[in-house]
Ligand binder design. Structure first.
Ligand SMILES: O=C(O)CCC(=O)C(=O)O
Length: 231
C-alpha cells in the first residue's frame, strides 16, 4: 500500500473519508498458527500518514480514567496499572476484569471511524474498545488472557498499534505452570505503528499475552483493542 495524504493541519479530518483510500483487496498480512491453539494474524493496515493522523487525533481527544479505575486486583492485592487506560463503546456497555469494571464512554469520531474500518475488514461487528497508552518503555501490560465471560468467544480481538514499536509475547498456559510442559516455546512478535493484530479463537483460551517493559523502546504508544461484548 503506498499513498500519501494531505491532512489539514488546522482542522481534524474525518478519518472515515481518509480510510476509504485503503485498498482492502491488497493488504499485507502474515498468519501464525500452531497445534497448541495459537492463531493470530498480523496485518500491515495503516500507511504512515494515516497512522500518524489517527495517533494525533487520539492524543487530542481520548480521556483516560483516573482514581479507582486505574487500579486492578491481582491475588487479592490492589495495584496501580503501569500505563493509562480508557474504554469507549456502545451505550451501557462495561468491561470487567481483575475486579475492575470499566464503563464505556461514548464513541468519538476517530474511534468510530476505526471501529467501522476494522468491522469492514474483518467482517466482525465490534462494539467496544479498550485503550491502553504506554507513556514510555517502562509502561507495560502483564501476562493475561482476554477470556472474560462477557466477550463473544467467536469474535477475534482486534488490536491496533499506534506509535512506538514494541515486542509482544505469547506464552502457552502449560508453560506457566511450575511442572508444566516446558517444551512449548514462547512466541514473540513486534507490533509496528499502524499494524493490526487479530487474535483468533482459540488463542485466548490457551495463550497468555503480554507487552513487557522495554527500555530500548522509550516512545509513546497507544493500543486499541476492539472487542465484542455480549452482555
Ligand atoms: O498494548 C497491547 O498491545 C496489549 C493490550 C492487551 O493485551 C489487551 O488490551 O488485552
Amino acid at each position: 500500500m503506498t499513498y500519501t495524504m494531505n491532512f489539514n493541519k488546522q482542522k481534524e479530518e474525518d478519518l472515515t473519508e481518509a480510510f476509504k483510500i485503503i485498498d482492502k483487496t491488497n493488504i499485507k498480512q502474515v498468519c501464525y498458527t500452531n497445534q497448541y491453539g495459537l492463531d493470530i494474524i498480523c496485518i500491515d493496515l495503516l500507511s504512515n500518514d494515516l497512522a500518524n493522523e489517527l495517533f494525533k487525533q487520539l492524543k487530542n481527544s481520548v480521556e483516560y480514567y483516573d482514581g479507582e479505575l486505574t487500579k486492578v486486583r491481582v491475588f487479592g492485592k490492589w495495584h496501580q496499572i503501569p500505563r493509562q487506560q480508557s474504554a469507549y463503546g456502545d451505550s451501557g456497555l462495561h468491561y470487567k476484569f481483575s475486579d475492575v469494571c470499566l464503563p464505556a464512554k461514548e464513541w468519538i469520531p476517530p474511534l468510530l471511524a476505526t471501529k467501522n474500518l476494522l468491522s469492514s475488514i474483518t467482517g466482525y461487528d465490534y462494539n467496544f474498545v479498550l485503550i491502553n497508552k504506554y507513556r514510555n518503555g517502562s509502561d507495560h501490560m502483564g501476562e493475561h488472557r482476554d477470556d472474560e465471560a462477557e466477550l463473544d468467544p467467536n469474535t477475534p480481538i482486534a488490536s491496533l498499534t499506534l506509535g512506538q514499536r514494541r515486542p509482544f509475547i505469547f506464552k502457552h498456559v502449560d508453560s506457566r505452570k511450575k511442572c508444566g510442559d516446558k517444551k512449548i516455546e514462547k512466541h514473540k512478535i513486534y507490533l509496528e505503528h499502524g499494524s493490526l493484530l487479530l487474535m483468533n479463537p482459540p488463542t485466548n483460551k490457551y495463550w497468555y499475552h503480554s507487552l513487557p517493559v522495554c527500555k530500548k523502546a522509550p516512545g509513546e504508544r497507544i493500543n486499541l483493542t476492539f472487542r465484542k461484548i455480549t452482555k
